[in-house]
Design a protein around this ligand. Structure first.
Ligand code: NAP
Length: 178
């Protein structure tokens, strides 16, 4: 499943890739946005090399105990050993990758992103749900949440939640990919 925060115009980040644009929406009520409950249902993760390096740069690896595959065409992720449970994959057989992760760990596989990972799994028909927190901003340009191209896919809205929390408002949209 895809779970990500996006601008109303469907960007994951501004063009420089930074995450600071999200800080404006950290109101008290919206602080958690259901993330802890979501993460509790996640057994394994797939993450693009760019996002992986960004998360590593934040400090301690936040997904201990959940097997994580970093997609990369590179032979290695650098000189330092990755955190426990983190391995790489060249993305040659994404269906087999998901099967292996689901055999290894109970729970859903979170496609952490970024956009190129979303596109690869949508192109392979391997996305079952899309959760997006829509932030009240038009970034105007940046890292697309759904960069083209992949086949058209019909969605069914499973849930929507609105968070006000004294701020400008955030909407969670949760879709099933039919
Ligand atoms: N708002 C949110 O919730 C959210 C969530 C996630 C990410 N983000 C943002 O998204 C941005 C990064 O997204 P991005 O699309 O530029 O990069 P990305 O998807 O994180 O990583 C791209 C890299 O992953 C590897 N890769 C992706 N698909 C592959 C495949 N099918 N097979 C093999 N390797 C594959 C390649 O690595 P190599 O170059 O090593 O071959 C590629 O260059 C960051 O700014 C991050 O902050 C935001």
């Amino acid at each position: 499943m895809i779970y990500a925060a996006s601008s109303l115009d469907s960007y994951l980040a501004p063009a420089d890739g930074s995450v600071s644009w999200l800080e404006a929406f950290g109101t008290d009520e919206a602080a958690d946005l259901g993330y802890d409950a979501f993460l509790a249902g996640i057994g394994s993760l797939v993450i693009g090399r760019t996002t992986y390096e960004q998360v590593l740069g934040f400090g301690e690896w936040p997904y201990h105990g959940k097997p994580t595959t970093v997609l990369t065409t590179r032979e290695s992720l650098g000189d330092d050993p990755p955190p426990p449970g983190v391995r790489t994959d060249h993305g040659d057989d994404l269906a087999q990758l998901v099967r292996a992760l689901q055999d290894e760990a109970e729970g859903a596989t979170w496609l952490v992103g970024g956009g190129t990972v979303h596109r690869a799994f949508l192109a392979a028909g391997l996305v079952d749900e899309i959760w997006t927190h829509v932030m009240p901003v038009l970034l105007g340009s940046g890292v697309a949440m759904f960069p083209p191209a992949f086949p058209r896919q019909s969605l069914t809205l499973l849930e929507s939640r609105t968070y006000h929390g004294g701020g400008p408002g955030i909407v969670l949209l949760r879709y099933r990919v039919d």
